[in-house]
Design a protein around this ligand. Structure first.
Ligand code: ADE
Length: 236
């Protein structure tokens, strides 16, 4: 999978992409990430990438020319094989596991991180194929949301996670939250790991985990159970 991140603040995204699962996916050549600095596509000698909004109002708006130039140069380089140009914005469809699963099947994504007040609407009308939000709150820009999306996708690429099943057992992957997990020591400050987990009986361990997942989901996110029930009703 290839992901191009287009941003006016490339330093925010560069460091985190070296680390953890996205870093591992890149080192294994399973994920190819390119970061583009919009300033390299600015048209004037001051390298201006934003301007005041027509009609007045607070904040600055990202100008269309550098964004068109940057995204068109990516398309020229790869022969127009870009599957989606995704703009990260609180206006977009809220990212959830099923959207992450869907996007993880794409070969090439361009992620546009807006900053300041937003981007010129012509970019959204002509270049952007999808708008994605990472939740109902406003951040200063789309760089952290772009990293969130890259992380959610990287862990779904086959071969990235050591244990082939671990992405499948993540919270949300089947609509349930995860069971509690423990590691050594089995007794720590008088807090003991549940006996079932040290019993070696894998059938009982699976049953215990399923039960815990159900209890936790019922307690914390009953809405997830409602949508799982809804899905099974429409599937049958
Ligand atoms: N840009 C600013 N806030 C955002 C959010 N919640 N999701 C995606 N992009 C954003």
């Amino acid at each position: 999978m290839r992901i191009d991140i287009v941003t006016a603040l490339p330093n925010i995204v560069r460091g985190p992409l070296e680390e953890s699962i996205p870093g591992r996916a890149r080192k294994k050549n399973l994920l190819d990430v390119h970061v583009h600095d919009l300033r390299d596509h600015a048209f004037d000698k001051y390298k201006q990438v934003d301007d005041t909004p027509f009609g007045g109002g607070a904040g600055m708006v990202l100008k269309p020319e550098p964004i068109f130039s940057c995204i068109e140069s990516i398309m020229e380089e790869v022969g127009e094989s870009v599957d989606e140009v995704i703009f990260l914005t609180p206006d977009g469809a809220v990212l959830d596991q099923s959207l992450a699963n869907e996007l993880s099947l794409k070969k090439h994504l361009v992620l546009l991180a807006g900053h300041y007040k937003g981007v010129d609407q012509r970019v959204r009308d002509k270049l952007v194929t999808r708008e994605v939000s990472i939740g109902d709150y406003v951040l200063s820009g789309g760089e952290l949301p772009a990293l969130v999306l890259v992380d959610a996708l990287a862990r779904l690429i086959p071969g990235v996670l050591g244990d082939a099943s671990s992405a499948l057992t993540d919270s949300f992957q089947d609509g349930f939250l995860d069971a509690p997990c423990y590691t050594r020591p089995a007794l720590f400050r008088e807090m003991k790991v549940p006996d079932v987990l040290t019993s070696g009986d894998h059938r009982r361990i699976d049953e215990w985990r399923d039960e815990q997942r159900l209890v936790k989901t019922r307690e914390r996110r009953p809405d997830l159970l409602d949508s799982a029930n809804e899905r099974s009703r429409t599937d049958n």
